[in-house]
Write a protein that binds this ligand. Structure first.
Ligand SMILES: Cc1cc2nc3c(=O)[nH]c(=O)nc-3n(C[C@H](O)[C@H](O)[C@H](O)COP(=O)(O)OP(=O)(O)OC[C@H]3O[C@@H](n4cnc5c(N)ncnc54)[C@H](O)[C@@H]3O)c2cc1C
Length: 410
């Protein structure tokens, strides 16, 4: 039988970051990751400025930059109701949202995971790959039964952390219920290479016809691109030539820069997701705490899953480091802060999806009206601060139906 302070199930961003921080704090950590190799699963590669600030607080920033982390410093919103020159005349600088953060940070997801997993091992965690977790038990004797090679091992700990993503086995074992919103739109993602003409410091979004796009350069002529489209177009990018048709969908009149994407080639799989939020009422039970997607996720339209995960890791690790005796430690402050954070981000994602990912004449007229009104009243775009500077950076009245009605002109 093995015994640790912490067993962490899932060695993605959340699990490996928490393992690193807690091992550096002198706690014994067992980190269990099922995959042998991190592959492109079309997951987040863009960390918002407030997420970068969390990375800095956790002492992981230099690690990510040394691994190739790349800051984006400008943003352009294109739209079918704007001439390209008008859209390009006022790029949004991204360096003023958080002091000491030059802008969002991009790093390929598989490399990001590997960098953190290696850091956890370097910090002294027992970090294992190719593990099959057979059973998870919380309660007063938290333990995990796992297989590695031809061995079955039972490991005990003071606490089990579920960092095992959307379909969390730990969440299920702990009986923590996941709530999910209705999907709003399809969201497909692809890594494109050979797009060297795209300015590596510039991110862009835009909507035209029945397609909304997001583009986040990764450096080296690579861009992570996403496309949103209506829920009734299930087959739109299916089939062997789906990735090529997806790239061709970026041939938009409103955004001439997208020609560099069309000229590129797929550098990974194309996956499509239903975009919606999911959340848990309390991301903990006796002997178990959930972090990252396991605890519920925000609609990826905002690109905040990594920032949310790093915030979780910071809040949970601060609590764990604050006490030697974890038997009396309450995770209620984490649950409270996370519930309000996710409520605000759910509101912001719904508003953003209504603006950027609804199609047709009425949606187009609403966007045009918003652009015109926001030129005179920039407060109509203030929800961008929740995305860039963190949901706590705005007063509570922004996250209300009254504000939504004002923005959408309802
Ligand atoms: C299309 C899309 C685009 C996104 N874009 C962005 C973006 O631009 N920016 C952003 O911030 N976020 C983005 N996100 C969200 C972001 O990717 C996630 O929120 C983030 O990866 C969550 O990290 P995690 O560590 O909780 O989970 P994951 O990244 O899912 O990692 C979970 C890990 O646990 C392992 N695992 C799972 N089950 C087990 C098990 N039973 N035993 C052992 N190991 C297990 C998995 O192999 C994996 O390594 C996006 C998500 C999607 C779907």
């Amino acid at each position: 039988m093995q015994a640790y302070d912490l067993i962490i199930v899932g060695g993605g961003i959340g699990g490996s970051a928490l393992a690193t921080v807690m091992a550096r704090a002198g706690r014994s950590v067992l980190l269990l990751e099922q995959s042998e190799v991190y592959e492109d699963r079309v997951r987040g590669e863009w960390i918002a400025p407030w997420g970068v600030a969390e990375v800095q607080r956790l002492g992981l920033y230099d690690l990510l930059v040394q691994a190739g982390g790349h800051h984006i410093t400008r943003h352009i919103t294109y739209d079918e109701t704007l001439a390209p020159a008008e859209a390009e005349s006022a790029p949004l600088p991204l360096g003023f949202f958080k002091e000491g953060v030059p802008g969002p940070l991009c790093l390929p997801h598989p490399l990001h995971c590997q960098t953190l997993f290696d850091a956890a091992r370097d910090a002294g965690a027992t970090a294992l790959r190719g593990v099959r977790v057979e059973a998870v038990f919380g309660g007063s004797d938290p333990h995990v039964v796992y297989e590695i090679g031809d061995q079955t091992v039972e490991a005990h700990a003071r606490l089990v952390i579920g960092a095992d993503g959307r379909t969390s086995q730990v969440r299920e074992a702990a009986g923590i219920v996941l709530h999910q919103d209705k999907p709003h739109h399809w969201f497909a993602g692809l890594l494109v290479e050979g797009a060297g003409g795209w300015d590596p410091d510039l991110q862009a979004i835009g909507t035209e016809g029945d397609f909304g796009f997001l583009a986040f350069p990764q450096g080296g002529g690579k861009i992570r691109i996403y496309g949103g489209y209506p829920l009734d177009q299930t087959q739109r990018f299916k089939g062997p030539d789906g990735p090529r048709r997806f790239l061709d969908a970026f041939a938009l009149t409103c955004s001439p820069e997208d020609r560099h994407i069309v000229a590129g080639a797929p550098a990974g799989p194309l996956f499509s997701f239903f975009n919606a939020d999911a959340w848990t009422d309390e991301p903990f039970a006796e002997g178990v705490v959930l972090v990252g997607d396991a605890a519920g996720w925000n609609d990826p339209i905002l690109g905040l899953g990594l920032s949310i995960t790093y915030r979780d890791v910071r809040v949970v690790s601060d609590l764990l480091k604050s006490a030697d005796d974890w038997t009396a430690l309450s995770f209620a402050p984490y649950a409270e802060e996370r519930a309000e954070r996710m409520r605000r981000l759910r509101f912001t994602a719904k508003l953003t999806a209504a603006i950027d990912m609804e199609f047709g004449e009425a949606a187009q007229a609403r966007r045009r009206s918003l652009f015109e009104r926001a030129a005179a009243d920039p407060s109509l775009k203030i929800h961008a601060f929740a995305v860039m500077a963190g949901p706590e950076s705005l007063p509570p009245e922004i996250f209300t139906d009254a504000h939504r009605d004002r923005v959408l002109g309802a």
